[in-house]
Design a protein around this ligand. Structure first.
Ligand code: NAD
Length: 297
């Protein structure tokens, strides 16, 4: 921990694939972390509590890293009345914008600070402490949580009031889902036109078709930097999680009356891939072998 940062008392609820390494990094930085999870074991250095309330009631910041908005709302309803006034409820899960805003309103009405701070960077970023946090909530709550973002991540962007962190996350991932599909279908077309994949990468990665999906996370094995394609499409970022985020973006678009035809089509394709084909448990870039095996009909 740097000299100015003080050790904080933290409650951490949800110690799964993401939460466990995030909590372990907080402990390694000198913070005191009490944890609770309905199933996962204790990460190194985290003292496990018998309930979420027990982990949270004396904490200055309570971090939640949970599967979805329904679970978040249930856990928050338990925690909020038990937390110390002035403490901050910091939700890092990816949930729908409406749930994030509801939880923040409940917390603020109880005299707590509230932040929605979903992350980008995946399990690797959580372990390395290099996550990016997209944060919604008040300046005061953001200032309290800042030293924790510095430990768990490399960047925290304050995106505005409550819910705006989730809004940024789902807009980003809608672009990611769409560009990954576009990159994969273009590779499959290039194959059929007799264009070598390396040549395709060399051109597109330095031309106007470039994107993170092509340049950093290339879906073609053996081409570009190392990515899940080079590891049999083992996630990485699972197609199931991409589907979750695309559905959140479509729910938000419906609520806000936003026209998102590409996002809607991406959600539909990932739904088919995960639910009817062989996409479940594979990386989201495994769309490439999917397109490769198909013709137009
Ligand atoms: P996970 O399923 O591994 O972890 C969730 C944990 O929450 C589990 O250990 C589960 O036992 C626990 N849990 C469920 N209900 C609970 C309750 N009522 N009380 C206490 N604990 C409870 O999921 P994950 O991969 O760690 O993802 C967590 C969140 O982060 C999700 O919202 C996900 O969308 C988001 N996210 C994940 C990734 C990724 O690459 N895995 C990347 C970015 C964001």
């Amino acid at each position: 921990m740097n000299k100015e940062a003080k050790a904080m008392k933290i409650g951490f609820i949800g110690l799964g694939n993401m939460g466990a390494p995030m909590a372990a990094n907080l402990v390694a930085a000198g913070h005191s972390v009490a944890g609770f999870d309905t199933a996962a074991p204790a990460p190194e250095g985290v003292i496990m509590a018998a309930s979420a309330v027990e982990a949270a009631h004396t904490a200055e910041v309570v971090i939640t890293m949970l599967p979805n908005g329904t679970i978040l709302k249930a856990v928050a309803a338990e925690l909020i009345p038990a937390m110390t006034k002035g403490a901050v409820l910091l939700d890092c899960s990816t949930v729908d914008v409406a749930s994030a805003r509801e939880v923040a309103a409940m917390a603020e009405a109880a005299g707590l600070g509230a932040l929605d701070a979903p992350v980008s960077g995946g399990v690797g970023g959580a372990a390395a402490g290099t996550l990016t946090f997209m944060v919604g909530g008040s300046d005061a709550a953001f200032a309290i949580a800042r030293p924790l973002f510095d430990v768990m991540g490399q960047k925290a962007v304050h995106c505005g009031p409550s819910g705006n962190g989730q809004a940024a996350k789902i807009c980003n991932n809608m672009i990611l889902g769409v560009t990954m599909i576009a990159t994969c279908e273009a590779f499959a077309l290039a194959d059929k036109l007799g264009l070598d994949r390396q040549a395709m990468f060399d051109v597109v990665s330095t031309s106007s078709g470039q994107s993170w999906s092509m340049n950093t996370y290339c879906p073609a094995p053996g081409v570009g930097p190392k990515s899940p394609a080079d590891n049999g499409y083992k996630p990485g970022f699972a197609a199931d999680l991409m589907l979750k985020d695309l559905r959140l973006s479509q729910a938000a678009a419906e609520g806000a009356d936003a026209d998102t035809p590409m996002g809607a089509l991406a959600a539909e394709l990932y739904a088919r891939f995960v639910e009817d084909e062989d996409g479940r448990g594979r990386d989201f870039s495994a769309m490439l072998p999917r397109f490769e095996a198909r013709g137009r009909s």
